[in-house]
Design a binder for this molecule. Structure first.
Ligand code: CO
Ligand code: CO
Length: 333
């Protein structure tokens, strides 16, 4: 669901607790709880309906997506529980087996263990993980802490919402789909490790359902700054703009765009059909990292050492006017 829906549902719910061990509640990528003076617990849960045909790939992507919020908080995942819904009567159980194998392989790759899970009979398949991680006390990354002058880095291309719709409608190029699935199945572990090696980095989030602009706005608002994103530098999966121009844009991506619109300043003449690509909901996207300018060479060296692809997509400026600026021209349009 979109940010607007979520805000409406949460409005009026008292999410504050009289509990000093509660460090981060329902405001960031994952919740954080101090188990003692040295160690903080990071917990998150995520699941969704299939976005690719191949069962094993779907399990990998769903698990990589679930694990991502733990990496985005700077934590190390330790345990996972699987959540699955599956039409037991209508589909061969080997499909669910393959989904679970994909998820399990990603849990293992992340260095965590699977403790169990729960499956229900349901007409529409769903799969994902609840993940628990640990981080040394006071070392989490949040959406706060981006400072004017910081450089913004992104570690995966966007466009998966539009391409997933094209996949469902049978319009996607097989090669593009394959590369998109490989990106979505990739863990944010290496990117997080690279950023971890630069202690001055405090503000990180992952790009998922609210899109680059939606999550960027969250970071800008939480940090009290303005993000200036250079459209031409943002990595976008091939053919995304073509599908967007043909009207293949999920409703949720338009919702994201409406949500950021009051805070979005678009410098060059871009059509709504181009801007929406930057608001497109992402599945298992990369990390958005705000890095102090004097540390950016160090971060880039760490990315290279981890063999992680990265794009420097913009910078952080002092607040004033809009919270988000999309500048430049998208080269793909
Ligand atoms: Co997140
Ligand atoms: Co999440």
């Amino acid at each position: 669901m979109g940010p607007e829906d979520l805000h409406r549902i949460l409005a009026g719910l008292n999410l504050s607790f009289d509990e000093p061990r509660l460090i981060v509640g329902a405001t960031d990528d994952a919740g954080v709880y101090a188990i003692d003076d040295d160690t903080w617990l990071v917990q998150t849960v995520d699941f969704f309906t299939p976005i690719v045909d191949d069962a094993y790939s779907y399990g990998q992507v769903a698990a990589a997506n679930s694990l991502s919020d733990v990496f985005a908080m700077g934590a190390r995942p330790i345990t996972a529980m699987a959540l699955a819904a599956f039409p037991i009567e209508d589909l061969p159980t080997s499909i669910l087996h393959d989904i679970m194998q994909g998820g399990l392989d990603k849990v293992r790759e992340a260095g965590a263990v699977l403790l169990g899970g729960h499956t229900i009979d349901d007409p529409i398949p769903k799969y994902g993980l609840s993940v628990t991680g640990v981080v040394p006390a006071h070392q989490i990354w949040t959406k706060e802490g981006a400072k004017p002058g910081d450089q913004l880095y992104l570690t995966k291309p966007i466009g998966t919402g539009i391409l997933a719709k094209a996949t469902k409608d049978g319009l996607i190029d097989a090669e593009v789909e394959q590369s998109m699935v490989a990106w979505m199945a990739q863990l944010n572990q290496g990117a997080a490790r690279a950023a971890r090696a630069v202690p001055e980095i405090r503000s990180v989030t992952d790009i998922t359902g609210f899109g680059l602009l939606g999550h960027g706005l969250e970071m800008a608002t939480a940090s009290g700054v303005r993000l200036v994103i250079d459209a031409g530098r943002v990595p976008i999966h091939p053919t995304t703009f073509a599908h967007a121009k043909a009207g293949e844009v999920p409703g949720g991506s338009w919702d994201n765009m409406r949500h950021v619109a009051p805070e979005l300043d678009v410098v060059e003449t871009m059509t709504d059909g181009e801007i929406v690509v930057y608001a497109d909901g992402v599945t298992s996207g990369g990390l958005l990292i705000s890095c102090p300018r004097e540390r950016s060479a160090e971060l880039e060296a760490q990315f290279a050492a981890e063999d992680v692809q990265f794009w420097q997509i913009g910078e952080v400026m002092a607040e004033g006017g809009h919270r988000l600026t999309l500048t430049g021209r998208s080269e793909q349009s």
